[in-house]
Design a protein around this ligand. Structure first.
Ligand code: ATP
Length: 267
């Protein structure tokens, strides 16, 4: 089944005198979507609402036709998984396989079923050979892959990443980018909170810019990242290649090195 989230006039405040989200309307489905915005824009608050960890002050979030407020956090977790920013906040078992089997068993799978799902998930992230290792004997990139597998093993329709590229080296980023694309091609709804604009340009179908509690821009990365002035006002950078090409006087928006190279070859 595909995951679809409808966000309708969503408002949220932690305290009476400051509204953090001021009426968000969005439909999130199919496309891999990056949620970007400066620190404090409300991105983390927004995904906590999607996970049912916070309740809207007003407005609603509808998941595949059901109002999230009528679901428990555990019910939501079956459908909407979240990969933490720091794998150390997520990992707590002494072997990779136990770690990855934990989630599926929590959502009601038998041990046998959980093992099958866990091995499939480990294979997807290329870590099946490490299943007996203690996660703490792995490097950060590999621990990140384990924390991703632990969520994939629960087979949620929606996967939310929180800053997936932070502290990752080039190989780690490349691998996570491939996982994002693979999941999207499998029909999962992939969402991420992210400050790494190059990663958005490379791997995402849609970028939603949060600013001052609302949606400032929403579209495919080419549309969004072409709006240099608006982005600057929201204290957001364009991807490096986009900035460079604009600085060199190109009118067109290029997102990635490959984009630009293709253009030059075609000239
Ligand atoms: N538990 C809380 N109680 C009160 N205010 C909070 C709480 N959590 C966050 N805030 C405030 O809500 C606003 C939005 O925070 P949020 O963490 O959602 O932003 P963000 O866009 O995720 O930022 P970042 O990019 O730094 O992660 C900030 O002004 C923050 O200080």
């Amino acid at each position: 089944m595909m995951g679809r989230l409808e966000i309708k006039d969503l408002h949220f405040s932690y305290t009476e005198n400051e509204e953090i989200l001021k009426g968000i309307d969005l439909v999130l489905d199919q496309q891999s979507t990056a949620i970007i915005g400066q620190n404090g824009a409300g991105k983390t608050t927004f995904v906590k609402l999607l996970k049912g960890l916070l309740q809207p002050t007003s407005g609603k979030i509808v998941y595949n036709g059901t109002d999230l407020s009528s679901m428990t956090v555990a019910q939501i977790a079956k459908h909407i998984g979240m990969v933490f920013q720091n794998p150390n906040d997520q990992i707590f078992k002494n072997s990779v396989i136990d770690e990855v089997m934990f989630g599926p068993m929590q959502v009601g799978m038998s041990k046998e079923e959980a093992k099958v799902h866990a091995m499939d998930a480990l294979e997807m992230v290329g870590m099946e050979k490490k299943c007996k290792v203690n996660p703490y004997d792995l490097g950060l990139s590999e621990r990140k892959l384990i924390s991703i597998a632990a969520i994939l093993a629960m087979d949620p329709e929606v996967i939310i990443f929180d800053e997936p590229t932070i502290a990752q080296d080039y190989a780690g980023k490349k691998c996570i980018g491939e996982i994002v694309e693979h999941l999207r091609n499998q029909g999962k709804l992939v969402l991420t909170i992210i400050h790494d604009m190059d990663f958005v340009a490379e791997h995402f179908d849609r970028a939603v810019v949060f600013a001052k509690g609302g949606v400032l821009l929403d579209g495919d990365p080419k549309q969004v990242f072409s709006r240099a002035e608006i982005l600057e006002k929201a204290f957001l950078e364009q991807p490096n290649v986009t900035r460079l090409c604009h600085a060199l006087g190109y009118e067109e928006t290029f997102l990635t090195t490959d984009d630009f190279v293709e253009y030059k070859k075609g000239q």
